[in-house]
Design a protein. Sequence first.
Lengths: 504, 504
Amino acid sequence: MSSLADRVECPELFAKAMPVEEAVRFVEPGNTLVISGFTKAGEPKRFLPALAARLAAEGRGADLSLLSGASLSEEVEAPLAPFLRKRGPYMSSRASRKLIHERKMDYADIHLSQFARNLMVGLYGGVDVAVVEVSRIRPDGSVVLTSSVGVSAEGLAKAQRIVLEVNTSAPDYTGFHDIVLPPVPPHVGWPVPITNVGDRVGTPYIPIDRSKVVAVVESNVPDYPVDFKETSEAERQIARHVVAYLARCREELGWGKRIPPLQSGVGNIANAVIGELYDSPFERLRFFTEVFQDGMMRFMEDDAKFECASSTAISLSTAGQKDLARLFQRTRERLVLRPMWLSNSAELITRLFVIAMNTPIEVDIYGHANSTHLDGGRVVNGLGGSGDFLRNAYLSLLHTPSVRKLRDGRTVSTILPMVRHVDHTEHDIKCIVTEQGYARNTEIRSPYRRAEDIIESCAHPYFRPLLRDYLRYAGDAPPPETGAQPFRGGFWAEYDAACRAFPG
Amino acid sequence: MSSLADRVECPELFAKAMPVEEAVRFVEPGNTLVISGFTKAGEPKRFLPALAARLAAEGRGADLSLLSGASLSEEVEAPLAPFLRKRGPYMSSRASRKLIHERKMDYADIHLSQFARNLMVGLYGGVDVAVVEVSRIRPDGSVVLTSSVGVSAEGLAKAQRIVLEVNTSAPDYTGFHDIVLPPVPPHVGWPVPITNVGDRVGTPYIPIDRSKVVAVVESNVPDYPVDFKETSEAERQIARHVVAYLARCREELGWGKRIPPLQSGVGNIANAVIGELYDSPFERLRFFTEVFQDGMMRFMEDDAKFECASSTAISLSTAGQKDLARLFQRTRERLVLRPMWLSNSAELITRLFVIAMNTPIEVDIYGHANSTHLDGGRVVNGLGGSGDFLRNAYLSLLHTPSVRKLRDGRTVSTILPMVRHVDHTEHDIKCIVTEQGYARNTEIRSPYRRAEDIIESCAHPYFRPLLRDYLRYAGDAPPPETGAQPFRGGFWAEYDAACRAFPG
């Protein structure tokens, strides 16, 4: 643990150090805030709760706009949620979700690759305050971030006022980051000169306008850990099918032992896949992904299995955080933390032939996927980078259990005739994997034949007869306007009855 | 009109000249063909009908795979359709459509930007025969294309056997094209060094392996013209709203008189918009688009209004073809014809801040769009490049009339509670325009508020009350499984009755 004086090398900014309770005064009614933080990593863990406490004490209403990289921890977002009028481009807060559904908070769910540029261009208006967690303030006032990048650089460039939260309990992340701002008019766009996962083309720090810094506050709160459950047998089975699919592609497309760079979603199945890949014949893996997570730490110790990684955040469990502390120097040499416009860039995902993997909420038999909404109307988290990766990937796959048990006792199928919100279309998904098997969508093949394959290869055997019936009906039936249906009471009523009767 | 000897400068290949009826013998049962052609431009107009005639004479079944850039003219595709087992990545043939719906032909609808790379990588297997229309064969055997590029270069690189159809009636397009193959493993990807619409980075010809050329045939059939209807008052009104929206963006985003490069879909509304832009205060326009079409020819004569254009095809009406003949040299200097992996590239569309405009079949009140299917199950054409441009654009807009009169007498709303096939999601559309007005989707704003705006700004006044009712219901209702509905007989039944009762 360092002192504030160790970490703030710029006297002009050290003079602006103040208690966080004073610093929150710089947020005025109606302000737009851009903050650091991505999937719980590197968020301003002292400033936001202190701001919430002050607003609560003042009895203020919901008039702030909060823009972040991606999700924050509930400890940070929940207290502030009642004071937010607008939130974007991603959240996974129970408190915000409730207010969004009550229509008290506006929420926009935006491709993460595009958000930073939209912000810089001015599509969301101006930025009043940037609040950014940093490892270190350098002698000239430039700052070194902590465990994520997200939109911190854009926030600092665009804000009228800057608050720097120096985390003295976090390790000094100097050397992890590679910072570049997206080109926006009147500048012309340029080719991003990155041609491999580990390439660095920017600076390890962010230059700032010192005169805009209104406060420096100290934090000693470490990143809140990400939780993982024990990997289930079903998840392990999904992971085995993913690796079998990749092994088949390797054979047919001639990769040899070197697999193209991998993107991996966040969550249990993703971690199971990473574990299975560790035990596969693939060597010298590269991860080009959004979040560097637990399963990848294991690769850090094995140069035969692993070459390098790129992400915009390091989000770890308590155990993972211990591994990182132990392997901090190795990780610094092998992992680049990029701004999210680059970690998720269409240009780079295409160029690097990234293989994208994600877990959807549900998919349909034609290959469309829902990643954001329950029952069509209730947003769960948001799209995040799933669209960035699935659309632009060399190969894109969705992995999901074929059924999911709900709290109300029903067991629902994740393979449906129709998803209730479409985030990814049939044109973007090249493979669907469940614990039952996988279905590829890389041949010249009509939708009904793809549907047959998805039903027979991926759906749970219990739901297959119902899905087969739907497909038969869909092919020959009159258009939906007529209301004619072969299912007594409609497909969804029969499906719902089947969900209730699922054995076990 | 030139002679074949004028256009074939390579003696080795001139010796392979033969009647087209002989050349078609090189297509064997089960072959995969990659052909030139994009939106009727530059297709092999003699070879394909001659091949169809031979297959018909032999009584052959449907066993060929036909892969093209985009759509072919019906004169070329219809005779061959009965002999096709697989078709991709786009078609707009009535004959093929019928066979696809009868499940006699498999059709895959693929993002045009991704098709060439998928083909090169081998996702669709090998290529047996490439049939490419050319302007000229150079002394070393390299070829100069005609009015489109599409996937001709990839077809020539990948095919076992090559047939060159030399069009001696078409002008010599030498100097129009800028050819580069997409990098595919084992080569590493590289940044495409294009930073403005008119940049050229490749060769004006395609090098080929002469030993793979099995036949050279002559054609004197000019490109079949594209038809346009007279612009209607409703189309002109849509175009005025598009320009009003762009003028507002110019004000708010500080463009000055120079608008970012424009992409324009194919069709009547697109042409009306181009016409309206000609009369707008915008100067020195640049088009970064898929198809160079009629409306753009007018710009060719006016250096104050126009700077340069990039596309993968020149598709014109009979009148447009005459204009092109007259302005051939000016057009060559101001228009680059690119392979479709570059004309539609995510990397370039992002970098150049392209403004994308497209006409959908229908959109929903949340901002999702259907560009491909009628009634959910019947494919019209395909996605083409609409997803490439809408997803990656700086600003993306959909323009459509608010209602459409069907042949059966009903008038349907193009603004619906739910589209029956999703090709573009709410995350990709930044503005919807009808003759009623426009609704922007670039604020931090929840879906229901966006829906209110789309209904009030874009829907036809006749359908607004029904859509308002739907939105009210959707917000407060139980999930769809329960079947509970405030609409007697369901929303779609009430909507259908309204379509029948539309006045006038």
